[in-house]
Design a protein around this ligand. Structure first.
Ligand code: ADP
Ligand code: MG
Length: 220
């Protein structure tokens, strides 16, 4: 499903160039659960941005379903994400002017899906937030915001779920609850999970652990 071939990526900054990925390659088969671990600043978020097509690599190839991302326009990539991908961003990216329910409904409304209200309520319930449906992001704790972001990423039942430290703001119990939900989607719907994490609880449950070190990915 995913193929990274010789991918290099860095950023130019005021202090000079930062190399993040250097000739990184790996591949993920549909339905697999993969943890990506590595120290802070090693490039985990960058890797997910590349995978989602929100950033383009400087060198190398990234393929999704055999299609080279470089051959897709920004619009077709956006369509692919809408139809197949759920992204849990490290900093949530909730829309401040919408309630929890409104935020979760966004992907369904963009896809003009039926029953967006009831499906979104059910997903908020699944992450333990049925009592916070009408709250706005500023009225929610960090952990609650993270669970809204998770509900929004999962509500349209994506085939590919990318999570950037999805339990990073959660206590062990809420963390377990969202992990149960993610792994249930994997088992029941065959969704592929790629989870960037520092949390042993997450890595232990994934079939594969890829370690990001010195710009390369090594399988544990
Ligand atoms: P991680 O998620 O593993 O903590 P990131 O992918 O966020 O790491 O960042 C890897 C490195 O790249 C960090 O040193 C970070 O400061 C740098 N970096 C990330 N994004 C940018 C950017 N847009 N411009 C410049 N440097 C960046
Ligand atoms: Mg990060």
């Amino acid at each position: 499903m995913i193929e990274f071939k010789g991918v290099s990526m860095g950023y130019a900054t005021a202090e000079g160039r930062v190399d993040i990925l250097e000739d990184a390659s790996f591949h993920v088969t549909e339905g697999e659960t993969v943890a990506i671990v590595g120290p802070s600043g090693s490039g985990k978020t960058t890797l997910l941005l590349l995978l989602s097509g929100l950033e383009r690599p400087e060198q190398g190839q990234i393929q999704l379903d055999g299609q080279d991302l470089a051959d897709l326009s920004t619009d077709s990539l956006a369509d692919w994400r809408r139809d197949h991908m759920g992204i849990i961003f490290q900093s949530f990216h909730l829309l401040p002017g919408l309630s929890a329910l409104g935020n979760v409904q966004v992907p369904l409304e963009i896809a003009r899906a039926a029953n967006s209200g009831s499906r979104s309520r059910a997903m908020l319930d699944a992450v333990g937030l049925s009592h916070r449906v009408d709250h706005f992001p500023r009225q929610l704790s960090g952990g609650e915001q993270q669970r809204v972001a998770i509900a929004r990423a999962l509500v349209h039942q994506p085939r590919l779920i990318l999570g950037d430290e999805p339990t990073g703001n959660l206590d062990r119990q809420s963390g377990k609850r969202v992990l149960d939900l993610l792994f249930e989607l994997n088992e029941q719907a065959g969704s592929t999970l790629i989870l960037v994490t520092h949390d042993d609880q997450v890595a232990e449950r994934c079939q594969r652990v890829l370690r990001l070190q010195d710009g390369q990915l090594k399988e544990d």
